[in-house]
Structures are given as C-alpha cells and as structure tokens.
Design a protein around this ligand. Structure first.
Ligand SMILES: [Zn+2]
Length: 93
C-alpha cells in the first residue's frame, strides 16, 4: 500500500522495471508547466521546466529571459508589438 501522501495527484506516478521482471510504481513530483506566450499561446523557448522546489536554487537568468516582456511574450509577438508601437508613436508624426 502506498504512503497516504502519494494518493494525491500532485505526485506523478512512473512505473519502473525491477530486476527479476517485476515492476513497481515510483512517485515523483510534477514539473512546472510549460511557459506559454500571453498573446499567441505558443511555448516560449529558452526556459527549462524545473521542479518548483528547485526554482529557489537557480540564478535569475535561468528562470527568465533577458529582454523586455521576456518569459511573458514570445520573440515573434514582441517584434510585432515593438513595430506597432514605433509606427504609432506621436514622435513620428
Ligand atoms: Zn507569441
């Protein structure tokens, strides 16, 4: 019988092969979900999926993308947004 804390779905179940043709269920923590662009919904590249407990140990540069709206808007959408802003700014007219 599994430990009662593993009954919750916050743990991921992985079936592992054991020697002598047996198998057992191993319980591991789920990784953080994929980071998605706020405009188009595509996955943002350059960010790894860590366990929430590991996020504290990492440097800031490993958790975000060093550009305006990094880790929030993908690079394509940001490029479009910047062009729109530049073309509609009052200094151009
Ligand atoms: Zn996008």
């Amino acid at each position: 019988m599994a430990d009662s804390r593993f009954k919750s779905k916050s743990y991921r179940r992985v079936s592992k092969r054991t020697p002598k043709f047996g198998s057992k269920t191993v319980y591991t923590r789920k990784k953080h979900r994929k980071v998605v662009c706020a405009i188009c919904g595509k996955e943002i590249h350059g960010l790894k999926r860590f366990l929430p407990s590991d996020l504290r140990k990492l440097a800031k540069s490993q958790k975000t993308i060093a550009r305006p709206y990094g880790a929030y808007i993908c690079s394509e959408c940001l490029r479009k947004l910047m062009k729109e802003k530049a073309r509609s700014s009052k200094y151009n007219q």
